[in-house]
Design a protein around this ligand. Structure first.
Ligand SMILES: NC(=O)c1ccc[n+]([C@@H]2O[C@H](COP(=O)([O-])OP(=O)(O)OC[C@H]3O[C@@H](n4cnc5c(N)ncnc54)[C@H](O)[C@@H]3O)[C@@H](O)[C@H]2O)c1
Length: 366
């Protein structure tokens, strides 16, 4: 055992024992207090078991602002390594821009802390693979923050899994949105000196689809439940000038169980209803802007019991309940690394397909 492994094991045992002895949720250290953190702190208000003991951001003003809203004051750090050394921190939430997820996730799990990592699980396949491998090696809980699995997408998944349309065969999905929030942090590419909000810089975000569509990919991968066989895609920057990232793409994926996904993405279309149609051998399910209709084989709407579609905060609360339960029982969360990897492969694959102008197969993911 190396010195680093030994230190990590000690840290893991101390965090685990604290939890096992008291039955309480371990202290949470939160890294990255930007726009997304607001949704997490809103959910914490509904979770009395969530004890935020440490906060970290490069901007101290954000630590003070967040601390002001907490029931008891957390310790503030501007260097996340110091937060990882804090013995009161047993679990960590990372909500920094995507390009920081890889190193921060590895450091967190190696420090023996359980981790809720905002999506995505790294900005490329190599990073995602390394994060998943570290979770397996270290035995840490890794939940990838795709809260829609617990909320708005959960009902669609549940209805298909319940058999409402029989065996699903083909999925057509079109996702639409407007431009990114301009009030997020900036990123400067060290190679080119070019600066922009991190979501439009390829090295910082990975791709637009990895940033946005990975939620739906995860839900659809849960429904398909079969490995990717081949993928082909086209896309580019049709509307926003001088961007490194795409604003529209179309992707077709074939899976090993012969299911097929066709996905379209446009991000200069605010207001256009997102449509997800799933066709099975005993009917079809159509979800238009969140409203689900199930059709029977004769084309008539089918009267099936609805499943709850939790709104955002409730979904976040459910996600945290899953995280805390996994910490307590050491089981695997719903939004686990394997599902995050299946979803990420579609985003990585379509990026490779468009940039390399070729069809991507399972052999491209070794
Ligand atoms: N699950 C969802 O629905 C959802 C929605 C939006 C964003 N996100 C994810 O949340 C993450 C953050 O997005 P955002 O919109 O909050 O970005 P943001 O730019 O608004 O905030 C990022 C924060 O991280 C801080 N930061 C940057 N480098 C840091 C470092 N080295 N150490 C500590 N803090 C550092 C910044 O100062 C900033 O406060 C992204 O990964 C994004 O994909 C998820």
């Amino acid at each position: 055992m190396t010195r680093r492994d030994f230190t990590a094991t000690l840290a893991a045992l101390s965090a685990y024992n604290l939890n096992a002895q008291t039955g309480e949720t371990p202290g949470i250290g939160f890294i990255g207090l930007g726009a997304r953190s607001k949704a997490h702190f809103q959910a914490f208000k509904e979770l009395p078991q969530a004890h935020i003991v440490a906060l970290c951001d490069l901007q101290s003003a954000r630590i003070e602002e967040t601390n002001a809203g907490l029931p008891s004051k957390a310790v503030g750090y501007t260097d996340y390594h110091e937060l990882l050394h804090d013995r009161n921190v047993g679990a960590v939430v990372i909500a920094t821009p995507n390009y920081l997820h890889y190193q921060m996730a590895l450091d967190t799990m190696r420090a023996g802390k359980d981790l809720l990592l905002e999506k995505p699980m790294g900005i490329n396949y190599e990073q995602a693979k390394a994060i998943r491998a570290e979770a397996a090696r270290s035995g840490r809980v890794l939940l990838v923050g795709m809260q829609r699995l617990y909320g708005s997408d959960g009902a669609m998944i549940g209805m298909v899994q319940r058999g409402d349309i029989g065996q699903p065969k083909v999925i057509n999905a079109s996702e639409y949105r407007g431009d990114w929030n301009p009030r997020t942090t900036m990123y400067t590419d060290p190679a080119t000196g070019k600066t922009g909000i991190w979501r439009v810089m390829k090295k910082a975000v990975g791709s637009s689809e990895l940033e946005f569509c990975v939620h739906l990919y995860a839900a659809l991968c849960k429904i398909v439940d079969s490995p990717l066989v081949r993928l082909t895609a086209t896309g580019g920057d049709f509307y926003y000038p001088n961007r490194e990232t795409r604003d529209a793409s179309s992707t077709i994926v074939d899976f090993q169980n012969n299911m097929r996904l066709s996905h379209n993405y446009v991000m200069f279309s605010p207001g256009c209803p997102t449509v997800i149609d799933i066709f099975g051998d005993k009917g079809s399910l159509s979800r238009v802007n969140g409203k689900i209709t199930v059709y029977a084989e004769d084309g008539k709407p089918k009267d099936v019991p609805p499943m709850p579609e939790r709104p955002e905060t409730e979904a976040m609360v459910e996600m945290y309940k899953d995280f805390f339960e996994c910490i307590r029982t050491r089981r695997t969360p719903l939004a686990n690394a394997d599902l995050a990897m299946a979803a990420s492969k579609i985003a990585f694959g379509l990026d490779m397909s468009i940039l390399q102008k070729k069809t991507i197969t399972a052999a491209d993911f070794v």
